[in-house]
Design a protein around this ligand. Structure first.
Ligand SMILES: [Zn+2]
Length: 440
């Protein structure tokens, strides 16, 4: 952590912000009011449409302004559970692109572009939050062509793409067939436990046809498989006492060690890949006290929900067995007994996009059009939530290159951003479709 710099607060003052938003508001307006094609089509056909071509061309003309936008957004702190200031900035930007914008009860910014039908919705999202605490220095440094700052790529790149794609739609007067929601959501990282995306899915599930998540940089991958994970805390408690005079009293640390040894001998399959990690262990007050409490935090992950459920059950059984072993061997049970509990700290559901999904077809067509190749990945992202609900979803990078995510040395290089923006826009239009001319 680095103490925040004095000029940082100046940058974040409302007046300074107002000035910064002008960058986007004053971007050139170029549109082509020409007839549009009539139905969702592969990217090559989509790009024949004059309005789509105009939107694609908008990116190339505004790359410097998009970089600037990414810097400004990154410099608005968005620590876990404190995304509101950055949310307000995104709201202003989306509203300036002609969207109807609101902030929901969870803190998500939702900008609506009404399509020919409101019965079917496509979401384009980017998460607002970073992993960094409030005092982190977030001013962006320049080193050659490289931008450096915590959160610059994850998810400065995704947010810059979100507002730029909305802007390109606006400037080119694109009217989609399905309604599009441009969403900057809260709570993607860590303890946020995907709360923003969960709330969004709760609200829109019946009408939601596809979710495209913009997360970080690059164009080399498409996440279609959601890695399921659970974070579990086991707590064992007892009366506690003196190491000498109370010898024989059941000991929570002993019980936890017995439970842990049982659990780490659990066999997990390599296919579907399933993992566990005993990540934190704590308890006790001094070397000559029988502790009154011991805690263990365990992270478990799997490509299969079934394996994950089995492993969680195994952990619970091991904790119960560890406590039982300790109680049975304790030399003086009259000196009290142990209690235990297991809490779920977080849970990310798994799921997988069907290989024949129209969303994947749209992404592949977009890749082909921009001359990109991308590999399928399994990862834990906002896309976990729709995928686990049976809704088509992918997570992709928004172009350029980045590295050092979740570290203070995180960096971003904008070269190649244009391809990422075009790829995302064409994928979006591939699933939203264009409104028929007569519907305009
Ligand atoms: Zn991210």
């Amino acid at each position: 952590m680095i103490p925040s710099h004095a000029s940082n607060s100046a940058l974040n003052s409302p007046m300074k912000h107002a000035a910064l938003w002008v960058i986007l508001l004053t971007m050139p307006v170029r549109s082509a009011n020409l007839p549009a094609s009539t139905r969702p089509a592969p990217s090559a056909q989509l790009a024949d449409n004059p309005e789509v071509r105009s939107a694609l061309g908008w990116f190339a003309r505004n790359l410097a302004a998009i970089n600037e936008q990414q810097i400004r957004l990154t410099e608005i702190p968005a620590p876990p559970f404190q995304e509101s200031q950055r949310a307000a900035g995104i709201k202003t930007l989306l509203a300036s692109s002609g969207l109807e914008v609101r902030i929901d009860n969870t803190g998500n910014v939702i900008g609506e572009l009404r399509g020919a039908t409101e019965k079917e919705i496509i979401v384009l999202s980017a998460h607002l939050d970073t992993v960094f605490p409030p005092s982190t220095e977030v001013r962006v440094r320049h080193e050659g062509g490289r931008l450096l700052a915590p959160g610059i790529s994850d998810n400065g790149t995704g947010l810059a793409a979100l507002v730029s794609i909305a802007r390109a739609f606006h400037e080119a007067h694109i009217k989609p067939r399905r309604t599009i929601l441009f969403v900057a959501d809260v709570g993607e990282e860590g303890e946020g436990n995907l709360r923003g995306m969960r709330a969004l899915i709760d609200t829109y599930k019946p009408r939601l046809k596809a979710v495209i998540v913009l997360d970080g940089s690059g164009t080399d991958h498409v996440t279609t498989k959601a890695l399921a994970s659970r974070r579990i805390e086991a707590t064992i408690t007892g009366p506690g006492g003196h190491s000498w005079s109370d010898f024989g009293m059941p000991n929570p640390i002993n019980a936890l060690v017995r439970a842990s040894v049982r659990f780490i001998n659990t066999r997990v399959p390599s296919a579907p890949r399933t993992t566990f990690n005993l990540g934190q262990i704590e308890g006790g007050t001094s070397i000559n006290s029988i502790p009154y409490e011991a805690k263990l935090k365990v992270d478990i992950r799997s490509e299969s929900e079934d394996e994950l459920a089995k492993l969680e059950l195994a952990l619970r059984e091991c904790i119960a067995a560890g406590v039982r072993d300790e109680m049975e061997s304790a030399r003086n049970r009259s000196k009290g007994k142990l209690e235990w509990k297991v809490d779920l700290l977080g849970s990310r559901p798994g799921g997988e996009l069907h290989a024949n999904s129209p969303l994947l077809a749209a992404l592949r067509a977009a890749d082909e059009y921009v001359g990109n190749q991308s590999r399928i990945e399994r990862s834990s992202t906002d896309a976990n939530v729709p995928l686990s609900n049976g809704i088509d979803a992918i997570s992709i990078g928004a172009g350029g290159t980045g590295g050092g995510a979740h570290s203070l040395n995180e960096w971003y290089e904008p070269a190649g951003r244009e391809m990422g923006l075009k790829r995302a826009l064409l994928t979006l239009l591939g699933v939203s479709g264009l409104a028929e001319e007569k519907a305009r």
